[in-house]
Write a protein that binds this ligand. Structure first.
Ligand code: SF4
Length: 360
């Protein structure tokens, strides 16, 4: 479900585009964002947890100081000197970023211990893998302009349901922080997902990356009950016609927003994943998109940049330098400024990669 785009065709669905004002009455949710003193207090407790992890990992107090310095340096390399002013609180856990397990969960402790291993090896259990993406089907009802799975889309699935659990057992034996089920459209295999998710070890968090393909309230609750942490929902424009046109499906937008609503009701973490385009990178456009995300009540927004792969292979799809500068400026303002404390947290891989390289 990689969302990657650069150009837009004119809308063709004929579907009415909901206005933001109308959406605000229909979709307003409690966004679960914390800031101010609540944020400071949680951060103090979070640092205390990190200190406890350091004590478990190392006997020498000098390593506690060195390890703490290592973690701070790591954060500074990625985020610069910006202060984290907000967090997501969900199901009594606290999230500072989309790809970091929530604090107050055993997966968070394992995640930190795994990073500390790079500072200095220790005997606590660590994860060899940070994130694993597993495509459970090649089938999909969409025909997205940017599809990275285009070469194999809707071909016959090679793996059968029985093949997945043994693969995952190997992944678990290596240790993994977060597991992402993708496709094609993974929700086409809802029974398989439910079965796999119900067998995931407690210290591994799981997500589904979907187009929103009818994620009904029953399915959302079914997946939550099985142990799912959250969903990524692809949404590439704040206007229905533009999103539908890009995805070549008249229901894409309504499915995406309804999926978000149902996932939120089921207490799942929800991320809108947007494929940036030069047009969308203008500040005014991004602000409209972020306003919609906030009004829908989602917790995170993921910015993705177009790549010349899949259906975009051999095409010039990179963002311009001006677009990148604009998207990065908005990312900084929205995540670290005081003005947007109640907006979703943005995860922008391109921003981090340009500074520290690939996390993998
Ligand atoms: S066509 Fe299907 S698999 Fe490809 S990007 Fe679109 S939703 Fe994802």
């Amino acid at each position: 479900m990689k969302a990657i785009s650069i150009s837009r065709k004119p809308g063709h669905s004929g579907q009415n585009t909901p206005h933001l004002d109308a959406l605000s009455t229909t979709y307003v949710k409690s966004p679960h964002m914390i800031s101010g003193w609540a944020n400071t207090w949680v951060r103090i407790k979070l640092h205390w947890t990190q200190f406890q992890i350091l004590r478990h990992c190392y006997k020498n107090p000098l390593d506690w100081i060195g390890g703490l310095h290592y973690l701070l340096k790591l954060r500074r390399n990625i985020l610069g000197k910006h202060r984290i002013r907000k967090m997501v609180r969900l199901n009594d856990q606290y999230y500072t970023d989309l790809y970091i397990p929530g604090w107050k969960d055993s997966s968070y402790n394992r995640f930190v211990a795994s990073y500390l291993y790079h500072f200095k090896p220790h005997k606590e259990k660590v994860n060899r893998l940070n994130q694993v993406f597993l495509a459970v089907t090649k089938k999909c009802p969409f025909q997205c302009e940017h599809c990275s799975a285009w070469d194999t889309l809707n071909l016959k699935d090679v793996l059968e349901a029985k093949d997945f659990q043994p693969i995952l057992e190997e992944v678990y034996s290596l240790g993994v922080s977060q597991l992402y089920f993708t496709g094609g459209e993974p929700l086409l295999k809802i029974e398989l997902l439910e079965s796999l998710i119900s067998k995931i070890p407690k210290n591994v968090k799981s997500w589904i990356a979907t187009s929103g393909f009818p994620l009904t309230s029953e399915k959302a609750l079914q997946l939550k009950k099985a142990g799912l942490t959250g969903v990524f929902i692809s949404l590439d424009h704040y206007e229905a016609e533009r999103h539908n046109s890009f995805r070549h499906h008249d229901s894409a937008y309504s499915w995406a927003l309804k999926a978000a609503q149902n996932a939120l009701d089921a207490q799942l973490a929800v991320t809108f994943s947007i494929c940036l385009s030069n047009e969308m990178c203008q500040e005014e456009e991004l602000l409209k998109y972020m306003k919609l995300a906030k009004e829908c009540g989602v917790h995170f927004v993921q910015f993705l940049e177009p790549q010349a792969t899949g259906r975009y292979r051999n095409r010039e799809v990179s963002l311009s330098q001006e677009s990148i500068a604009s998207a990065e400026a908005l990312y900084l303002k929205m995540n670290f400024g005081k003005e947007y404390l109640d907006y979703p947290i943005i995860h922008y891989s391109g921003y981090y990669h340009r500074r520290v390289g690939c996390f993998a």
